[in-house]
Design a protein around this ligand. Structure first.
Ligand SMILES: C[S@@+](CC[C@H](N)C(=O)[O-])C[C@H]1O[C@@H](n2cnc3c(N)ncnc32)[C@H](O)[C@@H]1O
Length: 196
């Protein structure tokens, strides 16, 4: 998978990595920053996604589509589409550009809008990557937990660098006997919950 990343996708990944790197040091306003995952987290997401059951694959918080590209690497060979949600119009425009330039337009169902408005229609979730505002994580977990397929995975980003903010969600998941949970120290910390 990682040795077969199409050239145009690699180019877009590098372009977004450069913007993200600059955003973090040049004082760019928080709402404008891409705040994307590092490449090692992308690889981790792809490895997990390539082993989840058949079902719906979703992402909450697209930004410019960088993490979506990594997840798509695992889904394309399986004929599965990723459904990804982004609430901010400026980020949504960048994500559309990313998907078009990377040639994955048909592999992604992109929803511009609030995840919580579209979440009722979801069921049979096999994979869910939570990467939106940290104070929304617990609500995201509550929405998706009951919709997960057996063997499905919820992965929440920022379990190390935003530990205090997402601790309530992690504690709730760890007490939930439907899940086995573990924090993995990759990137900014990935909190992984497997539905039994
Ligand atoms: C940390 S960034 C996502 C980074 C992206 N996953 C990546 O690694 O490339 C968080 C994104 O979640 C979006 N967001 C926040 N609340 C949301 C909501 N309720 N529904 C959809 N997107 C939301 C923000 O606008 C922001 O672009």
């Amino acid at each position: 998978m990682f040795l077969e990343i199409p050239e145009k996708m690699k180019e877009r990944m590098s372009f977004l990595e450069e913007i993200d790197r600059r955003d973090r040091v040049d004082g760019t306003d928080r709402l404008k920053r891409l705040r994307q995952i590092p490449p090692e987290t992308g690889k981790f997401l792809a490895l997990v996604a390539s082993n989840c059951p058949i079902g719906k694959y979703i992402e909450i918080g697209t930004s410019a589509g960088y993490s979506s590209l990594w997840i798509t690497l695992a889904l394309k060979p399986r004929g599965i589409r990723l459904k990804t949600f982004e609430i901010l119009p400026a980020k949504a425009a960048l994500a559309r550009e990313t998907f078009k330039l990377s040639g994955v337009g048909n592999d992604i169902e992109f929803i511009e809008g609030d995840f919580f408005l579209g979440s009722n229609a979801l069921s049979d979730i096999a994979f869910c990557f939570i990467d939106c505002e940290k104070d929304l994580y617990q609500r995201c977990f509550d929405v998706v937990a009951g919709k997960m397929k057996s063997g499905g995975m919820i992965i929440a980003d920022n379990a190390i660098d935003h530990y205090d903010s997402i601790k309530p969600m992690m504690e709730r998941a760890e007490r939930d006997d439907r899940f086995d949970c573990l924090m993995i120290p990759i990137g900014k910390g990935e909190f992984v919950c497997r539905r039994k």
